[in-house]
Structure formats: structure tokens, C-alpha cells
Ligand binder design. Structure first.
Ligand SMILES: Cc1ncc(COP(=O)(O)O)c(C=O)c1O
Length: 465
């Protein structure tokens, strides 16, 4: 369907090149233009309401409406100091306050914070920090980084290389050298017949150790990992996985970098995903819910050992020759700091803990549906994986685009979701109510029924399914 002449969708088709979009499709159909938001809802240019079941891009913890305190925080900051930078020992006052706050919130003792503008930039910067650290420590061969199949750590040249999704590499000439991918810890998909979750976790850890030994432990610097793998399909690690993986990393002096870009600030029912899964990272990256998605800001937190190595090498080299113009931007820092106060005053973490059982109960009601292979979730994040055959776990022909089609149908039902192959990710704003969670899953149920009817009509399912 082509966009209405002179509509914003038509202008979007004419002037805007989007990320993660089929450009030809957008040229023909125009974009989905959001004009305003309120609570968990957003509205298109015709005033139609949509429940955003992914909180934007897993970030709008406080929804899409104005939060007057955050507006005030930006205005007040712009009135006193709209910009300052962090080079050559300088900084804005509010940026220092945010750094202090984040160190206080850390799940394990952390020493310093470095600010960035996006999750990708934060992960890229960590790779440079790790190289700088090991060069400074006189072990220049200890540089390789381990990530995981299906990981998502961003899109810049190095962060895109860390990501473990084939489409992010194909035709971008990625990954760069020195990035290795170990197994994806998805028990439903990769567990063997008769294998328990614990045995699968042991197998993942053994495979990691084999990779380290085959490359040479002295060549491996760090492992990056999301506590819950988000954009790879909301993959929740099997029981005992992190204990076993961390034992291997500890044995070979390999740093653990927890990418808390989605999980951080309450998503899994603890402040950090690392706490939910018993991870003890040396370095953490965070973004998204740090500012409730309202301003671009990301951060890296590092422990004392990492900091000291960077400090000493910066001293040898006169300075740490890396920095970003908008690092710790005061307007973004002011919002992030105020967001932390709002989380505390409104008891957002407690709210997530109260809401999660209802959210997960509604999720599990789909487990018996003939099209649903797995329902997986923790806290307020989950995914539903669609399959052709529940018993054998056989998926649909990828050419059918079952996941994307379900998401398109859900859109028509006023629900925004994200497909990951034939899994559908759900991650609502953390301020959602029980009723809004019900509305989300009611809309999903209608979309699933329509998807099933479409697949039957087209002969892709047995008539009885
Ligand atoms: C876990 C994780 N890390 C990093 C990123 C990259 O963040 P950004 O899009 O801000 O660059 C994302 C984005 O979705 C993410 O989910």
C-alpha cells in the first residue's frame, strides 16, 4: 500500500533512509510515523493507538508520555550549562554526580565510569580499553575477544563483529580479526535429546574451554555476554551456566564484560541482569534504561584492576588517547540522574517484581498452542518461539517469514512487537499495569489466531492444527 500523498509517511519514503529496514519496501509503503506517546501507548499520524510491547527498542522503561521531572531536568541543565566535554580532565558537574551514582549502584565493586552515547559505542570502546590495558601490561598477544553465536552487542565495526547474527556480518565484511564466537546457550534449540539443562551448561563451558585452549589462553583477553541475550531472541541461560562459564574464564585470566544494555536497571527483576544470573563482571556496559530511552547516553563501568591498568598506561603514553565529543553530555547526564531518582522514588524495581509473575503467567498460557514451541521469559522480558511441529521442534520454512508476518498482523491489531526469526520478543515499558499486560497478551492472542488461520489457508499446516 503506497502512502497517502503529502502524508508524513510519504515524506519519510522520500527523504529518510532507516536502519534495519528494507529500503525498497519503505520507498513503496512509507514509514510508520509516530507522532505522540502516552504511557505504554504510541499514536500514528492518523491518531491510531498502539501498545508498544517492546518499549521502543527495549529502552522506554517509563513509557512514551512526558515525564515532567525529566523535562525540567533538561531545561534546568540547558539553562546553566548546555554542553561540556570530558577531555583533558574537564567535565560537567552533573556528569560527575552520575558517575558517583552508577558506582554506588554496581552489583560488584566497581571503580570508574566512562560515558558514551550508545551501546555500540560503549562496547567498541571496551574493546579498545582491553587492548590498551593488555598492551600496557606488556602482554600484547592477549587481545582476542570471545562473544557468542546470536549475541547482540551493537553495530559499529567492532561491536558489530561481536554480535553473532549472520545478517549483521554478511555484506559488511565483518567480523574483524580477533573476534571469536562460542556457543549460544539456548537449551530448547541446542540441548541434545535426554540432556538436562545442567548437562547442557556443562557442555557449553567445555566448548568454551576447548576454544580457549585451541587459540591459546594467552591470546584471549575478554568475553562479552548479555545476561539475557536480547535481540538474538530473548535467550535465557540454562541453570548453572554462569557458574561454569565464569570458572573457565577465571582459570585463564579472561575478563568478563557484562553487556547490561537491555538487562540493566530492573528488566530481569533485579537492578542488573548480572545479579539475576550470578555474574561477576570486570567491566559492564549499559545504555537504554539508564535514561529511560529519553536521551542518548551509555556508560562503561570498570573494576579497580582494569582501571589501574588503564591509568598506568595513560601515564606512560601521556594520555588515554580516546574520547568522544558528547561523552557525558550534561543534558543526557541530567536526565539519567533524574531517571535513577524516579526509579527509586516510584519503586520501579518492586513494581517489576510484582508485575513479573502475572506477565510470565500470561506468557505461559501460550505454551499449549499448536504453533508455539517455547515460551521463555524472566522479569519483564520474554519471547514466544513459533514452530511448525511442536514435537520435533521443526521450524517453518524461513521464506514464509512467519515471525515477521505475525508481527505485521499484531501491528494491525494495535500491538508493536519485534520478530527474531520465528520468535517474537516482548519487553513492555516497566511502568505497565496488570491490565496493560492483559491487553498486550490479548492482542497477541488475536494476532496468533490470525497467523494460524493464514498458515492453514495457505496449506502450511495440517487442517487439524
Ligand atoms: C545488549 C545490547 N548491547 C548493545 C546494543 C547496542 O546499543 P545501541 O543500539 O545503543 O548502539 C544493543 C541494542 O539493542 C543491545 O541490545
Amino acid at each position: 500500500m503506497s502512502p497517502r500523498p503529502n502524508s508524513l509517511a510519504a515524506k519519510d519514503a522520500a527523504f529518510h533512509f532507516h536502519g534495519y529496514t528494507n529500503a525498497l519496501k519503505n520507498e513503496k509503503e512509507g514509514g510508520f510515523v509516530v507522532t505522540r506517546g502516552k504511557g505504554v501507548y504510541v499514536y500514528d499520524e492518523d491518531g491510531k493507538e498502539y501498545l508498544d510491547g517492546l518499549a521502543g527498542l527495549w529502552c522506554c522503561s517509563l513509557g512514551f508520555g512526558e515525564v515532567p521531572r525529566l523535562t525540567q531536568a533538561v531545561v534546568a541543565q540547558m539553562q546553566v550549562l548546555p554542553y561540556y566535554h570530558t577531555f583533558t580532565q574537564k567535565t560537567a558537574a552533573v556528569t560527575v554526580e552520575l558517575a558517583e551514582k552508577l558506582v554506588a549502584l554496581a552489583p560488584v565493586p566497581m571503580s570508574k565510569v566512562y560515558f558514551c552515547n550508545s551501546g555500540s559505542e560503549a562496547n567498541d570502546t571496551v574493546i579498545k580499553m582491553v587492548r590498551y590495558m593488555n598492551n600496557g601490561l606488556g602482554r600484547p598477544e592477549k587481545k582476542k575477544i570471545i562473544s557468542r553465536v546470536k549475541a547482540y552487542h551493537g553495530v559499529t565495526v567492532a561491536a558489530g563483529s561481536l554480535s553473532g547474527l549472520p545478517a549483521m556480518h554478511k555484506d559488511f565484511d565483518l567480523p574483524i580479526a580477533g573476534i571469536l564466537h562460542t556457543d549460544c546457550p539456548h537449551y530448547y534449540r541446542f540441548g541434545k535429546a535426554g540432556e538436562t539443562e545442567e548437562q547442557f551448561a556443562t557442555r557449553c563451558a567445555e566448548s568454551l574451554e576447548r576454544l580457549i585452549l585451541s587459540e591459546g589462553p594467552d591470546t584471549i583477553a575478554a568475553m562479552f555476554a548479555e545476561p539475557v541475550m536480547g535481540a538474538g531472541g530473548v535467550i535465557i541461560p540454562p541453570r548453572t551456566y554462569w557458574d561454569k562459564i565464569q570458572a573457565v574464564l577465571g582459570k585463564y585470566d579472561i575478563l568478563l564484560v557484562a553487556d547490561e544494555v537491555i538487562c540493566g536497571f530492573g528488566r530481569t527483576g533485579n537492578l542488573w541482569g548480572s545479579q539475576t544470573f550470578g555474574m561477576k563482571p570486570d567491566i559492564m556496559t549499559m545504555a537504554k534504561q539508564l535514561s529511560a530511552g529519553f536521551m542518548p547516553i551509555a556508560a562503561i563501568m570498570m573494576n579497580e584492576r582494569v582501571y589501574k591498568a588503564l591509568r598506568d598506561n595513560s601515564n606512560k603514553n601521556v594520555s588515554f588517547a580516546h574520547g568522544i565529543t558528547y561523552s557525558g553530555h550534561p543534558a543526557s547526564a541530567a536526565v539519567a540522574l533524574e531517571v535513577q531518582k524516579i526509579y527509586e522514588e516510584r519503586k520501579i524495581l518492586e513494581h517489576v517484581r510484582e508485575l513479573a509473575p502475572h506477565f510470565l503467567k500470561r506468557l505461559r498460557t501460550f505454551a499449549d498452542h499448536p504453533l508455539v514451541g517455547e515460551c521463555r521469559g524472566v522479569g519483564l522480558i520474554c519471547a514466544i518461539e513459533l514452530v511448525k511441529d511442536k514435537v520435533t521442534k521443526q521450524g517453518f520454512d524461513p521464506a514464509l517469514l512467519v515471525g515477521p508476518n505475525l508481527v505485521r498482523i499484531a501491528h494491525d491489531h494495535g500491538l508493536i512487537l519485534r520478530p527474531v526469526g520465528d520468535s517474537v520478543a516482548i519487553c513492555p515499558p516497566m511502568i505497565a499495569t496488570d491490565q496493560e499486560i492483559d491487553s498486550l497478551f490479548d492482542r497477541f492472542a488475536r494476532a496468533l489466531a490470525d497467523t494460524q488461520a493464514w498458515l492453514k489457508r495457505e496449506g502450511h499446516l495440517p487442517a487439524a492444527a
